[in-house]
Write a protein that binds this ligand. Structure first.
Ligand SMILES: NC(=O)c1ccc[n+]([C@@H]2O[C@H](COP(=O)([O-])OP(=O)(O)OC[C@H]3O[C@@H](n4cnc5c(N)ncnc54)[C@H](O)[C@@H]3O)[C@@H](O)[C@H]2O)c1
Length: 264
């Protein structure tokens, strides 16, 4: 028996990386999947795996377009009769220090990461309220918990996603809807590769890897497993939480002092 048998899940950012891993993992646990993404399925292997696991069609749209998100959710509800689970994984990196960031870049990051999340929530919450049940998982980031050099817009957008999560948990807890966030550390996805796999980034990449206390980067399926727990009935008493799935990135710092003092 699957942990999500009988559930219908709408997943944004489902074409790639963490969203695709969540689609696959949820499908493996018996959920019927509907995806939203601005691009076609990005990665051949994932696309095939998701389709093999029985996912429905991908709705190709921009989460900044509220009307399109509402229409897609209405289509999914018409097709499957309900949406039980929403995962917001559509997101972009971007930013720069505040004295350099252009307004257009700030707006792009905030509109996709924060307002896109809002739009998808607005699309599914009315149906969840009517049925008095639902579970929403927002993919935030460790960068919504801690600052990161040069990360102004991204930090602000992900911090806001965590507080939106807590707000919704309060507004809807008594009406049967749980709302939680997952805060990934650095996960090997196309988004990650677009920045950290540049040759010039070798040294920085090693430092970032070392900031994870497990000594490695994460894999998309490890985030999917966190999202699965929060989405499922196993987390029936969990709401308003931001679960760091980060290999210890937010556990604190390690400077080698213990080794220097011969204490390791
Ligand atoms: N990879 C990491 O290290 C990491 C760490 C922390 C948080 N995250 C978050 O996880 C989420 C997924 O990231 P990922 O690493 O899988 O990246 P990814 O680029 O592999 O996947 C993101 C997906 O979102 C889609 N998307 C982007 N803009 C969109 C828009 N306007 N409308 C609809 N879809 C859109 C992209 O097409 C893509 O398929 C993001 O919210 C990201 O901020 C990633």
């Amino acid at each position: 028996m699957g942990r999500l048998d009988g559930k219908v899940a709408l997943i944004t950012g489902a074409a790639s990386g963490i969203g695709a891993a969540i689609a696959l993992r949820f499908a493996q646990e018996g959920a019927r999947i509907a995806g939203i993404d601005i691009q076609d399925l990005a990665d051949g292997d994932w696309a095939e795996a998701v389709q093999r696991a029985g996912a429905g069609p991908l709705h190709k749209l921009d989460v900044r377009d509220k009307g399109a998100v509402l229409r897609a959710a209405a289509e999914v509800e018409a097709q499957y009769g309900q949406i039980d689970l929403l995962v917001n994984s559509a997101g972009v990196a971007g930013g720069g220090p505040v004295h350099l960031i252009a307004d257009e870049e700030w707006d792009r990051v905030m509109d996709i990461n924060l307002k896109g999340t809002l739009h998808a929530c607005q699309a599914v919450v009315p149906g969840m309220l009517a049925r008095e049940r639902g579970s929403i998982v927002n993919i935030a980031s460790v960068e919504g918990i801690e600052g990161f050099e040069g990360g102004s817009a991204y930090n602000a957008s992900k911090g806001a996603v965590i507080l939106l999560t807590r707000n919704m948990a309060i507004d809807y807890g008594r009406r049967g809807i749980r709302v939680n966030a997952v805060c990934p550390g650095f996960i090997e996805t196309p988004l990650f590769r677009s920045t950290l796999e540049l040759d010039a980034m070798d040294e920085v990449r090693d430092k970032i890897r070392d900031a994870h206390q497990l000594g490695r980067f994460g894999q998309p399926v490890e985030i999917a497993n966190g999202a699965l727990f929060l989405a499922s009935d196993e987390a029936s008493f969990v709401t308003g939480q931001a679960l760091a799935v980060d290999g210890g990135y937010t556990a604190g710092h390690r400077f080698g002092i213990a080794r220097m003092m011969g204490l390791d």
